[in-house]
Every structure is written in structure tokens, then in C-alpha cells.
Design a protein around this ligand. Structure first.
Ligand code: ADP
Ligand code: ADP
Length: 234
């Protein structure tokens, strides 16, 4: 089944000033359970595309469907609910620096109305899953980059989302740590069944993660399909 579908999506940030198109007629479909890769240079439109999926950006034209629902037509309450089903991780991790690891992961659960006991056991389970058992009381500045991204990932999947959006999730990390995070994202896909859309300017990261990819250039998809076929082309 189709989890995400973009049809004719364009985005112009400053339409009044006649700004360039950040997205220029994107058609894209992501199947439930797959890891879908978006690759392209800086400025190609990858982040913008990702942020149209959880409606952080509203397209200038075109349609974004998540599980068959047009996200452009949602009320504020429906948007909040949508965003709970879509986790997101970032290049710079996006952690609250003054809060403990525990609170970083627990906060979205509190906001979603989880009960205290359920939050405690869920956070413990997540710390275990991402390999940070024992770090609940640490502050982000006491963690390595890879550990911070593990916290970011735990927070993103805390609320049992069906989709995870990863925006340059490994771009601030060294090669070994990148491999560890790649493995963690794969296990999230395989063991938890979460559909992942992964954005990177690093082809080898995409190649290790994604089943299918789209290559973006100047806001348009210039190529898409099976990653290994694309890589094999002259
Ligand atoms: P990528 O993620 O591939 O680096 P982005 O989606 O960040 O690309 O950017 C696509 C284009 O849109 C770029 O030209 C960028 O400068 C522009 N852009 C991105 N975000 C904004 C914004 N908030 N306001 C205005 N222009 C933006
Ligand atoms: P509050 O509603 O005041 O945030 P909590 O019981 O959720 O109360 O948490 C209080 C603090 O205790 C949290 O900030 C967290 O650092 C810590 N804490 C609570 N439960 C755990 C746990 N299972 N593991 C680690 N730290 C915890």
C-alpha cells in the first residue's frame, strides 16, 4: 500500500518577489514498509520536500497524501495528530540542550497525553533499543554525536509513528558512527516496520539504506527507481 504520495508539488518560498522554485512539479510515491531515499546537492530541494510530508511546509501547488489523506486540508488538531504519526530526525539532532536524555524523549509523549507510568517504561524501552541504557540522566552536551543522534531517533519513534523522516541524519557524524546510525535506521525499518524517507547528499549512505531513490536537482526529480540500477548506469 501507498503510504506517501506527492502529485505535482511545487514550492516557491517568496512568490511575491518572484523567487525561484524550491520544488518544481514533484511526483513521488512511497510504499508502506520501504526505505525511500532522496539524494541531491545542497539546495536541490530535499529538505523542503521532506517538510511538505509532515506539512511543516505548505506546497504552492500540488497535493500531498499521507495514508490517503490530503494533508493540505487538515485542521490544526488533525495536523497535530498527523505529526504524531510522523517522526523526524535532523542533522544537528535538535535536542533540548538543558534537558536530560530522559526528558528529551519523554516530552513528546507528555505532549501526546501519555500517562507517567507508560512514559517511564516506554523511555526505558527506547533507551534500550537505541543502545543508551544508563544514559537517562545525561545531558546532551555529555554525549558524543552518535549518542545524540540515538536520542534524536528514540524521541522521533517514541510515539510509534508509521513514518520516519531523516534529514541528513548522518551528515554531522564520522564514518564509523554513520555506519552505526545506518544500522539503527535499518533495524527501525525491519523490526518496527516503520516506513523511512531518508534525505542525504551522500550517495553511499543512501545506497546502504534505501530500496528506491529519487535524485533531485533544482527542485525536480531527474531520475528515480531502484538504487542499484541507477548506480549501475554509465
Ligand atoms: P536541500 O535540502 O536539498 O539542501 P532545501 O530544500 O533546503 O534544499 O532548499 C531548496 C531551495 O529553497 C534553496 O534554494 C534554498 O535556498 C531555498 N529555501 C529553503 N528554505 C527556505 C526558506 N525557509 N525560505 C526561503 N528559501 C528557502
Ligand atoms: P515530571 O512529570 O515532573 O516530569 P517524571 O516522573 O516524568 O516527572 O520525571 C521526573 C524526572 O525524573 C525526569 O526529569 C527524569 O529525569 C527522571 N526520571 C523519571 N523516571 C525515570 C526513569 N525511568 N529513568 C530515568 N530517569 C527518570
Amino acid at each position: 500500500t501507498e503510504r506517501i504520495r506527492l502529485t505535482g508539488v511545487t514550492k516557491q518560498y517568496d512568490a511575491k518577489a518572484g523567487g525561484a522554485l524550491a520544488l518544481d512539479g514533484i511526483d513521488l510515491s512511497v510504499e508502506a514498509g520501504e526505505i525511500y531515499g532522496l539524494i541531491g546537492r545542497s539546495g536541490a530541494g530535499k529538505s523542503t520536500l521532506l517538510r511538505t510530508i509532515n506539512a511543516l511546509e505548505r506546497p504552492t501547488s500540488g497535493e500531498v497524501l499521507v495514508d490517503g489523506v490530503d494533508v493540505g486540508g487538515l485542521s490544526a488538531e488533525e495536523l497535530r495528530r498527523l505529526r504524531r504519526t510522523i517522526g523526524m530526525v535532523f542533522q544537528q539532532f535538535g535536542l533540548w540542550s538543558s534537558r536530560s536524555v530522559y526528558d528529551n524523549i519523554a516530552t513528546p509523549l507528555r505532549l501526546a497525553g501519555w500517562k507517567q507510568d507508560a512514559i517511564r517504561s516506554r523511555v526505558a524501552e527506547l533507551l534500550d533499543f537505541v543502545g543508551l541504557g544508563g544514559k537517562a540522566f545525561a545531558r546532551p552536551r555529555q554525549l558524543s554525536g552518535g549518542q545524540k543522534q540515538r536520542v534524536g531517533i528514540a524521541r522521533a519513534i517514541a510515539n510509534h509513528p508509521s513514518i520516519l523522516l531523516a534529514d541528513e541524519a548522518t551528515s554531522a557524524l564520522d564514518p564509523q558512527t554513520t555506519s552505526d546510525i545506518v544500522a539503527l535506521l535499518r533495524s527501525i525499518n525491519e523490526e518496527l516496520g516503520i516506513t523511512i524517507v531518508v534525505v542525504s547528499h551522500e550517495m553511499d549512505v543512501i545506497a546502504r539504506l534505501a530500496d528506491r531513490v529519487s535524485i533531485l536537482s533544482h527542485g525536480a526529480v531527474v531520475e528515480s527507481g531502484d538504487i542499484h540500477q541507477i548506480l549501475a548506469r554509465p
